[in-house]
Write a protein that binds this ligand. Structure first.
Ligand SMILES: [Zn+2]
Length: 177
């Protein structure tokens, strides 16, 4: 690469400078005649790379939030817990219905176990009655049902890796013996 001002071969880093309105690639002695636009060509792609990462970050946060919602489960015996908490606060079905703007019939069904409240309703009840109704799915219900049939459960990635490693061990074991 040659300097566009003096025509000499550029040793080391070529510099991009603005001289009298023209963008030129010059050697470092000639760069003093103009205004340096950039020094390292690597800097530019790095900046655009950072900008591209930003929207991805936001997406990741969103997916983790939805995951959390899905993994929440109602505690067992939620109907009794709701009724007890409501009675403790001295609230009738009507009172509670007004507080959380929910139909009395819905509350009665929930308390009798005929209806399972969705996460939205459960959260409203949690706040109004100051109780805990939603728990992460892994904590309460899920392990019980999973342990009943350990062989029938779906394989996780971790299981697959372990199986793979076991297989390798078996094979090498067989070879040596
Ligand atoms: Zn030069």
């Amino acid at each position: 690469m040659r300097c566009e001002v003096c025509g000499r071969r550029i040793h080391g880093k070529p510099l991009r400078v603005m001289i009298e309105g023209a963008k030129l690639t010059v050697c470092s002695p000639c760069s003093r005649h103009g205004k340096i636009i950039w020094e390292e060509p690597a800097l530019k792609p790095a900046l655009t790379k950072n900008k591209a990462i930003a929207p991805l970050k936001i997406q990741r946060v969103k997916t983790s939030e939805t995951k959390m919602d899905v993994s929440l489960e109602l505690i067992e015996g939620f109907e009794a817990k709701i009724r007890h908490a409501r009675e403790k606060l001295g609230l009738s079905h009507e009172d509670l219905g007004k507080r959380i703007s929910e139909k009395v019939s819905v509350l009665k069904k929930v308390e009798s176990g005929k209806m399972t409240p969705d996460n939205k309703l459960a959260t409203k009840l949690e706040h109004a009655l100051r109780i805990k109704l939603l728990v992460p799915a892994s904590e309460e219900k899920l392990p019980k049902t999973k342990i009943v049939k350990p062989t029938a459960r779906e394989l996780t990635l971790g299981d697959l890796i372990q199986l793979d490693e076991k297989e390798k061990e078996d094979k090498t074991g067989r070879k040596s013996s």
